[in-house]
Design a protein around this ligand. Structure first.
Ligand SMILES: Nc1ncnc2c1ncn2[C@@H]1O[C@H](COP(=O)(O)OP(=O)(O)OP(=O)(O)O)[C@@H](O)[C@H]1O
Ligand SMILES: [Mg+2]
Length: 511
């Protein structure tokens, strides 16, 4: 080798090393290959008589080759996103390929002819985890004395750097996907757990309910859900069940008010064959059907005293006896009871057993009446509007402002259920895309609803006022009746009488 040639060789080596450093920096700069690869190819184009270069990858789903990045002699970010015929062979065989004269290789002929002058072609496989996932291909200007093995070595090094970058980016991608999946799964679990998806409401009182549900769900504690009709007691019971470790076990509901006294016991406890005329086979009661899960006793205030005694025994013994049965059956059931009735008053009147009440009253959740959570009215109204509009295939988009005013100023004695029915009715009678005031029922139309004329008789109004005053006093004394009586400048005896008369639950204020 002559001196000048050796010199030229030396500067060539230095240039290659500098390029390698630049390339590695380019690749390290971003986890996104789409962003870093074009830069790498352009670096090569600037220095190494590279006319065209491309990175071709195997699509992980279809298995087909596609161009991930390319530069072209004519336009640096060439659009000719065509895979060179030989790239596929390189990927298939996992072996590098050198074609000194492109014009002599039929598979490359087409591209070679378009280029000015003769070209050489080098392709190296991109290997990740011992598998060719693509190819790195370059077209070089043809030089008669090119040292092809040395060039190949250089492009192999570049290829292995690109492969490494592909590996890192795929790992990062997989990790990200896994995190996203985990995250979605966790969120879904959470939502399912509390079934909060279906409970609508943002107001402070309903948020307090969410918190209580979350607190009590995980334990097997008996829960008593109280609140006026239509406030969502059953939804709360569902949310507790779905938030509990029993979520995958049955949730069995018994409506105590719906069943006549004679049937309720056989419903609850089941019967053995021949227990009574017509008992033809063994029938499992709801307690047994709910084994491992949750039994929801709705309208518990309507149970007869006789059934109350039996229920109390089950709660104490944790076992049931089928009617006509001789052997007790152990049951593992979580009990949730609900009622809209004033149990304290029923106890005072001798209609509800106090010992059963104490058993049930372990953890009590109050479902707040809708009028005490005004902010939720529109949330619920919009929710029901969407639900019923799609259920009945009506293109209704919104509620007019006057109708909104009517909805928010009404006192909703039937609570959420009444609101739900009101919106369904409005959807059915609405012929356009907007719910107007006249689509709402007459109860909301009158001046009464908006509170402009007195709704109640004098006696009723005074009674309501008295009830409010007593509740306020009890609120500020945290349920202490003696102090509340002093606040109202009356005697404890009179206060006790009025508390009973109005069915006020003092326990509520003991927070
Ligand atoms: N927060 C809420 N979000 C969405 N829907 C609700 C909500 N509260 C109640 N509902 C709906 O209102 C209706 C009445 O609810 P639910 O049956 O749970 O009330 P309840 O307190 O058990 O009433 P009742 O004492 O009359 O049995 C149901 O259709 C329920 O889907
Ligand atoms: Mg109910």
């Amino acid at each position: 080798m002559r001196a000048t040639e050796a010199e030229a060789d030396g500067t060539g080596e230095i240039r290659k090393l500098t390029s390698l450093v630049d390339i590695s920096q380019e690749l390290a700069g971003s986890l996104n290959l789409g962003a870093s690869l074009p830069g790498v190819l352009e670096l090569l184009g600037q220095h190494h008589s590279v006319v065209r270069a491309s990175v071709v990858l195997v699509d992980e789903e279809s298995g087909e080759l596609y161009v991930k990045a390319a530069i072209d002699g004519e336009s640096p970010r060439g659009r000719g996103r065509r895979v060179d015929g030989l790239a596929g062979k390189v990927v298939e065989s996992g072996r590098s390929l050198v074609v000194p004269q492109v014009s002599r290789e039929p598979l490359l002929h087409d591209r070679g002819r378009r280029a000015a002058g003769e070209l050489s072609f080098i392709a190296v496989p991109l290997v990740v985890n011992r598998k060719a996932v693509g190819a790195f291909t370059v077209f070089l200007r043809y030089k008669a004395h090119r040292h092809y093995q040395r060039s190949l070595k250089f492009f192999r090094v570049v290829g292995s750097m690109i492969a490494q970058a592909i590996k890192v980016s795929r790992l990062a991608e997989a990790e990200k996907r896994q995190l996203v999946e985990e995250n979605t799964q966790l969120r879904e679990e959470l939502r399912d757990r509390y079934a909060f998806r279906s409970i609508i409401g943002n107001s402070a009182p309903i948020q307090a309910v969410y918190e209580q549900v979350a607190q009590v769900a995980r334990a097997a504690t008996t829960v008593l859900v109280r609140g006026e009709s239509g406030t969502g007691k059953e939804m709360i019971a569902h949310a507790i069940h779905h938030g509990s470790p029993r979520a995958r076990k049955p949730f069995v509901k018994v409506s105590c008010a719906a069943l006549p006294d004679t049937l309720i016991e056989s419903e609850l406890f089941g019967y053995e064959r021949g227990a009574f005329t017509g008992a033809q086979g063994l029938k499992k009661g709801r307690f047994e059907l709910a084994d491992g899960g949750t039994l929801f006793l709705d309208e518990i205030g309507d149970l007869s005293l006789a059934t109350q005694v039996k229920l109390l025994r089950v709660l104490q013994e944790r076992e049931i006896e089928r009617l006509g049965g001789t052997q007790p059956v152990r049951v593992n059931v979580r009990l949730i009871a609900a009622t809209h009735r004033p149990l304290e008053r029923l106890i005072a009147d001798g209609q509800f057993r106090d010992d059963l009440f104490y058993r049930l009253n372990v953890f009590t959740i109050y479902a707040p009446p809708l009028r005490e959570r005004k902010p939720d009215i529109m949330l619920l109204a919009d929710h029901f509007l969407e639900k019923f509009a799609s259920e009945h295939g009506r293109p209704i988009k919104r509620i007019s402002t006057p109708a909104i005013d009517m909805l928010t100023s009404y006192h909703w004695p039937g609570n959420v259920r009444e609101l739900e029915n009101t919106i369904e009715r409005a959807v059915l009678v609405c012929e356009g895309s907007v719910i107007h005031g006249h689509h709402l029922p007459p109860t909301l139309q009158t001046a009464e609803a908006s509170g402009t004329v007195p709704r109640l008789s004098l006696t009723d109004s005074l009674g309501a006022f008295e009830r409010d005053l007593i509740q306020d006093a009890l609120k500020s004394t945290r349920g202490n009746r003696a102090r509340a009586a002093r606040l109202l400048r009356t005697t404890e005896r009179i206060l006790n009488y009025k508390v009973r008369k109005h069915g006020i639950d003092c326990e509520r204020f003991r927070a």
